[in-house]
Design a binder for this molecule. Structure first.
Ligand code: NAD
Ligand code: MG
Length: 385
């Protein structure tokens, strides 16, 4: 049996855990190169030992001593810092899972792309921020981008064997999040605990808040715009509370192909791990008779303005998506810290975009500069220390 090499950036997170759960079941098929985390030294060290990783990296340098202690007596290399993350990515692997949350994952993802391998991309903020810069690097280095995000993975599957020029419409489905049926007033008073309690999916805190504001779907619209360049006017969003249909592609002859599955990220992750083949997952088969009804609604952009904002940003292009993403990251962190109200998240991203957009970035460093400047301005606007 041939083994493949894999690196997981964000190994201690929700996507990281789902990926490792699948790898654990087929350990003889994989050799783990790098596992990374922000800090979580003990957890990361345990995973690195379990999977026999070559290297474990923490982004936060203050966590390196603990990581070294936890890895003492093994031959697993320990490293820390932004540069070390990029160096780990530059080691290359047959498959790199990009599952760091936020624009913090951009530089290592770009370093992996530069190796020309296959990248399973969960880290949507990286693609939203870098857009054309990332897609140009993918083309230049002959890398393969496999979407992990369930909607994009569904679309990717529905496009297999067909021509993008025959696509009439791509529809991203959205659960609508925990506040789908809430009034304006209820949404305005939403707490972090309520926002992170997603009805269908178990995910990290940041993407859970993004699902509640629908900014997640907005970011996904921009993500789809880059991954499937059929034109923004052909990209639509549909609320589907059961999260069974993960997205759809309609062709010009009137045929619509959809991908269905349980709302468990191990399904799209498995499709990336095995691509272009298929592998077993531990999930029960989809029981549509038990589910009974699948329902669909147009999104309400009055209560959830983020998708409209994201569409405008995608149309504007240039630095606007990086500004939207960075402003949203700052606002979500402030909301989770109890510093701002829930509705301030989209409102403040909107305000940031009217503050003047920097020149379009054309390199990774320029994207990172837009991201860093926006964070400073966003914190000023929110009057955060
Ligand atoms: P998470 O918060 O559970 O995990 C994030 C991982 O990134 C952790 O390993 C953490 O240690 C690491 N990390 C956090 N901050 C970091 C930093 N500054 N530098 C380096 N590493 C850092 O998040 P998640 O839910 O697993 O999501 C990861 C990515 O996948 C996000 O971009 C998210 O939008 C995307 N995604 C997640 C899901 C899901 O179901 N969880 C679905 C689709 C897409
Ligand atoms: Mg998604």
């Amino acid at each position: 049996m041939t083994t493949r090499t894999i690196s997981i950036f964000g190994a201690t997170g929700s996507i990281g855990a789902s990926t490792l759960d699948l790898i654990r079941r087929e350990k003889d098929k994989w050799r783990v190169v790098a596992l990374t985390a922000n800090c979580q030294s003990a957890e990361l060290a345990a995973l690195a030992k379990e999977f026999g990783a070559e290297i474990a990296v923490v982004a936060d340098e203050s966590c390196l001593a603990d990581l070294r202690d936890a890895l003492a007596g093994t031959n697993i290399h320990a490293a820390a810092g932004a540069q070390a993350l990029c160096e780990a990515a530059a080691r290359g692997a047959d498959l790199t899972i990009a599952a760091i949350v936020g624009c913090a994952g951009l530089a290592p993802t770009m370093a992996a792309i530069e190796q020309g391998g296959t990248i399973g991309l969960a880290n949507k903020e990286a693609l939203v921020s870098a857009g054309e810069v990332m897609m140009a690097a993918v083309a230049k280095h002959g890398a393969t981008l496999l979407p992990v995000d369930s909607e994009h993975n569904a679309i990717f599957q529905c496009l297999q064997g067909y021509r993008a020029s025959d696509v009439a419409k791509i529809t991203l489905t959205a659960s609508g999040g925990p506040f789908r049926e809430w009034s304006h007033a209820q949404i305005a008073a939403a707490t972090p605990a309520q926002a992170v309690k997603h009805p269908n999916w178990s995910m990290g805190a940041k993407i859970s808040v993004d699902s509640a504001t629908m900014m997640n779907k907005g970011l996904e619209l921009i993500e789809a715009h880059h991954l499937f360049p059929v034109g923004l006017e052909r990209l639509a969003i549909l609320v589907h509370p059961q999260s069974v249909v993960h997205s759809m592609v309609e062709y010009r002859d009137g045929s619509t192909l959809a991908q269905l599955g349980p709302s468990d990220m191990r399904v799209p992750i498995a499709s990336c791990l095995a691509w272009p083949a298929r592998m077993d997952t531990p999930l029960p088969p989809l029981d549509l008779a038990a589910i009974g009804a699948l329902t669909f609604f147009a999104p309400d952009e009055e209560r959830f303005p983020a998708t409209k904002l994201a569409r405008n940003v995608a149309e504007a292009g240039g630095a606007a998506p990086a500004v939207l993403n960075a402003a949203n990251e700052v606002a979500v962190a402030a909301f989770l810290a109890g510093q701002i109200a829930f509705t301030e998240i989209s409102a403040m991203a909107d305000r940031m975009l009217t503050h003047g957009i920097p020149a379009a970035p054309s390199t990774l460093d320029e994207v990172l500069a837009v991201d860093a400047e926006t964070r400073v301005r966003a914190r000023e606007l929110l009057e955060l220390a």
